[in-house]
Ligand binder design. Structure first.
Ligand SMILES: [Mn+2]
Length: 304
C-alpha cells in the first residue's frame, strides 16, 4: 500500500494501559493528586447494552490524547493521575456496588486524593456522592444529563440508573442541566415535592436564558460534585450512549459551564458515565477521554 495512506497515531504507540498512558513518575498513587476509579457496572440499563466496557474504552482512547492542553496552555498530567484497577462489581447487586464505590471514594477523599469515576451505568454515582457528602457537608451536585433520573423506583429497584438523581436528592441539593426527557411522575415530583432542592435548567431554559450559567452557579453550594451522563451531549456528537435523546448540548457550551463552575466553586470530584461504545466509532470514546482530562485541567489549574 502507498505509504501516505497509512494513518499513524500522533502519539508513539505505548503499551502503558493507564489513563493518558502516563509513565510511573506521573502515575504512581503516591505522587498523584487525582485517581481514576473505573466502575464497569451494568445491571439495570433499559435499552442498548454495553456501558460495562465504557471505562476501558475511555482509558484506551485517553492513551492517544495529546497531553498538552491547548486551551489551558498546560501539561495537566504533571499533577499526577493514578489509574486504579477496575472495581470488581460484576456479580454485585446495585446496593453492594454502591457500597463498594462509597468506601473506595471515601478512602480517596480522606487521603486527599481527587476522585474521577468512569462508569458504567449511572447508579455508580450514588456511592460517590454519599462519600463526598460525608467529607464535605456543604455539598451540592451538578448533574448533566438528558434525563432527570428522578423516579423513586424503576423496574422494581430504587437503585436503577433511572433513580440516581432521586437518591442524590435525598442526600443533598442538586442542579440538573441539559435535560429533555421526563416522565409524568418526575414532572409531578418536580412541581410538588422537590422542596426547591432540585433546580432544573433543561434545554429550553438554556435556549431562553442568556445567563443560564450564572443561574447554575447561583444554585450550587460551595462544594460541588459533578456527575456527567454523556447523553447530555447531542447524539450527533455523542451517539455512543444507551438512550440517546435529540437536541442535546454541545461541546463548547458544556466546557464553558464546567470551566465556570470549577473556577467559582470547590469541585471535590466528578464522574463521566454511561458511555456505551460503538464498535469502529471512536469519536465518542475520544470525547469522553478528552472531557475527563479537560475537567481535571480546570480543577487543578485553579489549585497551583
Ligand atoms: Mn441519561
Amino acid at each position: 500500500m502507498d505509504e501516505k495512506y497509512i494513518i499513524m497515531p500522533t502519539h508513539t504507540p505505548t503499551p502503558i494501559k493507564n489513563f493518558a498512558a502516563l509513565e510511573e513518575e506521573y502515575a504512581s498513587y503516591k505522587k498523584s493528586k487525582a485517581v481514576i476509579v473505573q466502575v464497569p457496572y451494568e445491571k439495570t440499563t433499559t435499552y442498548i447494552k454495553g456501558t460495562k466496557i465504557g471505562p476501558a474504552a475511555i482509558i484506551d482512547a485517553s492513551r492517544y490524547m495529546e497531553l498538552f492542553d491547548d486551551e489551558l496552555n498546560q501539561e495537566t498530567f504533571k499533577m499526577g493521575i493514578h489509574t486504579m484497577d477496575a472495581l470488581s462489581v460484576d456479580n454485585s447487586s446495585s446496593e453492594e456496588m454502591i457500597e463498594k464505590v462509597y468506601s473506595v471514594v471515601l478512602e480517596l477523599l480522606k487521603s486527599n486524593k481527587f476522585p474521577v469515576m468512569l462508569g458504567g451505568e449511572h447508579s455508580v454515582s450514588i456511592g460517590a456522592v454519599k462519600a463526598s457528602r460525608e467529607v464535605y457537608p456543604n455539598l451540592s451536585v451538578l448533574h448533566l444529563d438528558a434525563h432527570h433520573d428522578l423516579r423513586n423506583e424503576y423496574f422494581g429497584s430504587r437503585f436503577n440508573h433511572g433513580c440516581v438523581a432521586r437518591r442524590i436528592y435525598e442526600m443533598c441539593p442538586l442542579v440538573q442541566v441539559g435535560t429533555r426527557s421526563l416522565s409524568k411522575e418526575e414532572k409531578d415530583f418536580l412541581s410538588t415535592q422537590s422542596n426547591g432542592k432540585v433546580k432544573v435548567l433543561n434545554v429550553y431554559d438554556i435556549l431562553d436564558t442568556p445567563m443560564w450559567k450564572d443561574v447554575v452557579s447561583k444554585n450550587l453550594m460551595e462544594n460541588v460534585y459533578v456527575t456527567i451522563d454523556l447523553d447530555v451531549f447531542d447524539p450527533s456528537l455523542m451517539p455512543a450512549v444507551g438512550t440517546p435523546e435529540p437536541g442535546g448540548i454541545g461541546w463548547y457550551e458544556t466546557l464553558d459551564l464546567l470551566r465556570d463552575v470549577c473556577k467559582d466553586k470547590k469541585v471535590v470530584g466528578f464522574d463521566v458515565v454511561e458511555l456505551c461504545p460503538i464498535k469502529g466509532q471512536i469519536a465518542s470514546d475520544f470525547l469522553a477521554a478528552k472531557l475527563t482530562y479537560r475537567i481535571l485541567g480546570y480543577v487543578f489549574s485553579n489549585k497551583k
